[in-house]
Write a protein that binds this ligand. Structure first.
Ligand code: IMP
Length: 425
């Protein structure tokens, strides 16, 4: 067994990229298994910031092979832009990157439809998507009309399928919004350009991964978004259209469960959310703004301010369960240093009755039960030994650990690689 998995336990933006970067030094192959350019993964190395949307963040290790798995929806234009940017920064990434021949391609009309649908939705219907065409492309996948990377090798059938698809989308768009999205030729030209530049990267990645795992190579599966945004286990309908949870990692990469050794859940020491949807521990007073400012809580993909809230043990305990997490990584604990008291959500009630677990419906109706923990009121940024943390901070971590019922093994005290505490067994 030599695969491990990194999965978000909240609504995304938990700081997964820093953890992936930290773990990558012992990893041979990294796989993105779901989502698309809606993700924004930020890594800081030697004071320089790198933001990844589609390419796995481990690409900055020169000997790590990176894979865009079959579960991803890949935007060809965006992909080439991101790759070119990385090459400009000095990373020869085309030598260490593969794309699954089964991953679905985001075409221009997917993005147009996403934008128009959001703009024209009635109050209460808006999801607050990233407008990257994610849900629309996954719908085509499920409808069995999507275009996959491997289809680019089949020129004749590809042309016919694109023609049918573009006609169908334009018809829908004219009926609904009175506009056409694009022409058949535009789509074909974009795909041809992508194929000419990246066609050599497209392979059967499931076969490749299984072959390498058999040889003893170590694989890291990189989740985007988080459990709260999972299409099955998240706060539906305010979710993304894929499965960030651990089952999605298996389906989206094509390796067997038997290879999975560790499931790292990633969680901020508080909670954030972007887009619409219920958020029980959301803070509406000035404390929310304090966290947003200090934690730079603005979307890496859209720049939107993130909604901020206190740590929610009900949510993270639920995430640990549905993902089979073996341990938790707690990030951004340094951001909480300002507060005299730090509320932690320890349970939910509806009509005075305690809920047994995180609910799969009616989350907007819950009343949160909080326990207030004393703050530490001192800067802890960069501390890399648990014993050097103030006792109040140690207690905050231990208290959370007890409630979520899985061990906290890594704590991040800043964005840099070295600003990390590892708790040895
Ligand atoms: P979509 O994935 O663009 O369809 O957006 C659906 C929901 O997921 C919206 O609420 C987005 O704000 C949210 N979302 C998508 N990607 C991310 C992410 O990487 N971090 C946080 N929220 C995300």
């Amino acid at each position: 067994m030599s695969a491990s998995l990194v999965v978000g336990s909240q609504w995304g933006d938990e700081g997964k990229a820093k953890v992936i970067d930290y773990l990558s030094k012992n990893i041979d192959i990294i796989v993105r298994y779901q989502g698309g350019a809606n993700a924004g993964h930020t890594v800081v190395v030697d004071g320089k910031e790198y933001i990844f949307h589609l390419v796995p963040s481990g690409i900055i290790y020169p000997n790590t092979v990176c894979i865009i798995g079959n579960g991803v929806v890949l935007d060809p234009e965006y992909f080439l832009e991101e790759c070119d940017g990385l090459v400009e920064k000095g990373f020869p990434i085309y030598k260490q990157l593969f794309i699954s021949d089964s991953c679905h391609l985001i075409l221009p009309f997917h993005k147009t439809i996403d934008e128009l649908r959001e703009a024209n939705s009635q109050p209460g219907e808006k999801i607050g998507t990233t407008k990257k065409g994610i849900g629309i492309c996954y719908s085509d996948k499920m409808n069995r009309i999507g275009i996959r990377a491997g289809d680019l090798f089949e020129e004749d059938s590809l042309k016919a399928r694109i023609k049918t698809l573009v006609d169908r989308k334009n018809e829908e768009l004219v009926k609904l919004y009175g506009v056409k999205a694009c022409t058949y030729q535009e789509v074909l030209d974009k795909l041809k350009y992508f194929y000419d530049r990246a066609g050599h990267l497209i392979i059967n990645t499931s076969y490749y991964l299984n072959k390498e795992l058999k040889k003893g190579k170590r694989v890291l599966l990189e989740g985007a978004q988080g459990t709260g945004l999972d299409i099955d286990f998240g706060t539906y309908p305010y979710v993304t259209s894929s499965n960030p949870t651990s089952g999605g990692a298996i389906v989206g990469s094509g390796i067997g469960f038997n290879y999975l050794e560790k499931v790292y859940g990633i969680s901020k020491a508080y909670t954030t959310r972007v887009g619409e949807g219920p958020f029980p521990t959301e803070i509406f007073d000035k404390n929310g703004e304090v966290i947003r400012k200090k934690g730079h809580e603005y979307g890496a993909t859209t720049g939107r301010p993130r909604r901020c809230g206190w740590f929610d043990t009900e949510m993270v305990k639920y995430s640990a369960m549905v993902n089979g997490m073996t341990e938790l990584v707690l990030t951004k604990i340094d951001i909480l240093s300002e507060f005299d008291k730090i509320p932690v959500a320890v349970g939910y009630e509806i009509n005075g009755k305690k809920l047994e677990h995180f609910p799969s419906h009616g989350l907007e109706k819950v009343k949160v039960v909080y326990e207030e923990m004393p703050g530490w009121k001192t800067d802890i940024k960069g501390i890399n030994e648990f014993d050097k943390l103030p006792s109040e901070c140690q207690n905050y971590i231990k208290y959370i650990e007890k409630l979520i019922e899985i061990p906290i093994k890594i704590i991040s005290t800043g964005p840099g690689r070295e600003e990390t505490i590892v708790i040895e067994d």
